[in-house]
Design a protein around this ligand. Structure first.
Ligand SMILES: [Zn+2]
Ligand SMILES: [Zn+2]
Length: 375
């Protein structure tokens, strides 16, 4: 004897599909084998409800059932009494759950079913590129257009991976769901693990005639121009993630990210130390003795630097806020100029004459001193 499917779910014959889903969800929760371990009666009701739902949730099957009864949908009337006659296995029932309960089903909490996605899309690996930057670019921030070779949708097959005119076929292993449930029974009850289907890599489909251009992947390498904005203050090792700008194309895959690594180029004059930049300035011993005002290069062109009279080799002059901004933009570093006094190696006779005169005038005050080096 087969009970009426509407009666099983407790819905009217003109119930909407969401009514049917709601009714089934309720019964499935109530009679789930994990909640009623070893209870044969619950298990039967669970299977009965699943069968009723599988027919009434499918418009075609439902209308055949309305016209012809159980015989119309090829279920139940197999001549075998009891539930053995049902065509649905437990595996089929759990397959169905993915469709009804989606990713955040109440079953996840209650029965420990893993994350469910009706069709898992594989994620391609992220694309990584390096963006070289001058210190001048880093000081102000810069927007550049960069050529990137990445996978994009194959135009020949529109990303399907199948040769145009052919269709992928449903994966026989997972019957199109892309995942396989592994059910194991233990002392504590039944546990369900959801794993991606091996045969189709979770796609649910198998390409029997692969596209000639992309060989079934749905994507081909193309070059693209991408505008990348480097914020002021970045350093080597900082990176920017552009969501979805990596490899893409192919219906089976999720676009990946483009990760842009910033790389500081070697500068002609400056060495970076955090937000400060350092350079060395060679001056003559007369400049060091008399002082001077000279022009030195900075990241924003030349700037005046005052050399105080009497400066020594190794002393550092600080040009405030001529360094780099920090990433938060709250602070700007300095340009540090380390002075190197250069002793002339060759002298003209006039220079020699003047220096000798200077030596005479210096007299005793220029006497050399010997000092112990303190470590
Ligand atoms: Zn499969
Ligand atoms: Zn293709």
């Amino acid at each position: 004897m087969n009970r009426d499917y509407y009666e099983i779910l407790g819905v009217d014959r003109d119930a909407s599909s969401s009514d049917i889903k709601r009714a089934y969800r309720k019964l499935a929760m109530k009679y789930h084998p994990d909640r009623n371990p070893g209870n044969k009666d619950s298990e039967q009701k669970f299977k009965e409800a699943a069968e009723a739902y599988s027919v009434l949730s499918d418009d075609q099957k439902r209308s055949r059932y309305n016209q012809f009864g159980h015989a119309g949908v090829g279920m139940g009337d197999t001549g075998t009494p009891g539930f053995e006659g049902f065509h649905m296995t437990m595996e089929d029932i759990f397959q169905q759950f993915g469709d009804i309960f989606g990713g955040s089903s109440p079953f996840e909490d209650i029965f420990g079913i893993g994350r469910q996605q009706a069709r898992r899309r594989q994620r391609r690996s992220d694309l990584r590129i390096t963006m070289p930057l001058d210190l001048e670019d880093i000081a102000t921030g810069v927007t550049k257009t960069i050529k990137v070779k990445r996978l994009e949708m194959c135009d020949h097959c529109n990303g399907s991976g199948a040769q145009p005119g052919t269709n992928p076929s449903q994966c026989p292993t997972c019957k199109g769901s892309g995942q396989v449930r592994q059910i194991s029974r233990s002392f504590f009850g039944q546990s369900i693990t959801v794993v991606p289907c091996n045969q189709c890599d979770g796609a649910g489909e198998i390409i029997t005639n692969p596209c000639r251009y992309c060989h079934g992947s749905g994507s081909v390498k193309k070059s693209a121009e991408i505008r990348i904005k480097a914020p002021p203050g970045v350093s080597t090792g900082n990176y920017l993630t552009l969501r979805g700008e990596g490899n893409r194309g192919g219906k089976r895959t999720e676009p990946s990210d483009l990760i842009v690594y910033f790389e500081e180029k070697e500068h002609k004059y400056f060495t970076r130390n955090g937000s400060d930049i350092i350079t060395e300035l060679e001056i003559s011993f007369t400049q060091s003795a008399l002082g001077d005002i000279i022009k030195v290069p900075t990241l924003e062109g030349k700037a005046k630097l005052t050399i105080p009279a009497g400066i020594q080799s190794g002393q550092v002059l600080r040009m405030r806020k001529k360094g780099l901004p920090d990433l938060r933009g709250s602070y700007r570093g300095d340009l540090l100029v380390r002075i190197q006094v250069v002793t002339p190696k060759t002298l003209s006779s006039k220079q020699k004459e003047l220096l000798k005169e200077l030596k005479t005038i210096e007299g005793k005050s220029s006497r050399t001193k010997v000092r112990k080096i303190r470590r």
